[in-house]
Design a protein around this ligand. Structure first.
Ligand SMILES: Nc1ncnc2c1ncn2[C@@H]1O[C@H](COP(=O)(O)OP(=O)(O)OP(=O)(O)O)[C@@H](O)[C@H]1O
Ligand SMILES: [Mg+2]
Length: 119
């Protein structure tokens, strides 16, 4: 399947992106529960990008093994602000819903990769 890129500036764009990602997951063969997990996780990352960085991009890479999604923004990065390892309820939920969560954040922006394997 083809990779897809979504450019997000506001919350309205997130809903359309989330629906598209859910369709991709369905086509790939993920069951309805995983489709919801993936759609919820990507929407959480996109919401953060819009809320904390004024927008960003979501790249979707489907493969035989599963789905890989990277959400990038050019914001100021995740300041820890005393939060334990920087994860709030939103990102803890993402970690729980996906098989893998990798965060790369710095003063030039944040890039978060999530993956879920097909079983
Ligand atoms: N893309 C981002 N750029 C900068 N900071 C971020 C980004 N994403 C998350 N953060 C920081 O990490 C913290 C934790 O994010 P998380 O989504 O877990 O919780 P939240 O957004 O604060 O709350 P919730 O998602 O429940 O509304 C945020 O409060 C914010 O400070
Ligand atoms: Mg959040």
């Amino acid at each position: 399947m083809q990779e897809r890129v979504f450019h997000l500036q506001n919350m309205a764009g997130i809903i359309i992106m989330q629906e598209s990602v859910k369709k991709i997951a369905e086509t790939m063969g993920f069951d309805i529960y995983d489709q919801h997990r993936i759609a919820t996780a990507v929407s959480e990352l996109a919401r953060n990008a819009v809320k904390y960085a004024g927008g960003g991009t979501v790249e979707v890479y489907p493969s035989e093994e599963g789905i890989e999604i990277i959400c990038r923004d050019k914001g100021r990065g995740m300041s820890m602000r005393g939060v334990s390892h920087g994860l709030g309820i939103g990102l803890l939920g993402v970690e729980h819903m996906m098989d893998d969560l990798t965060i790369d954040t710095g003063e030039n922006g944040t890039s978060i990769r999530i993956r879920k394997w097909l079983r």
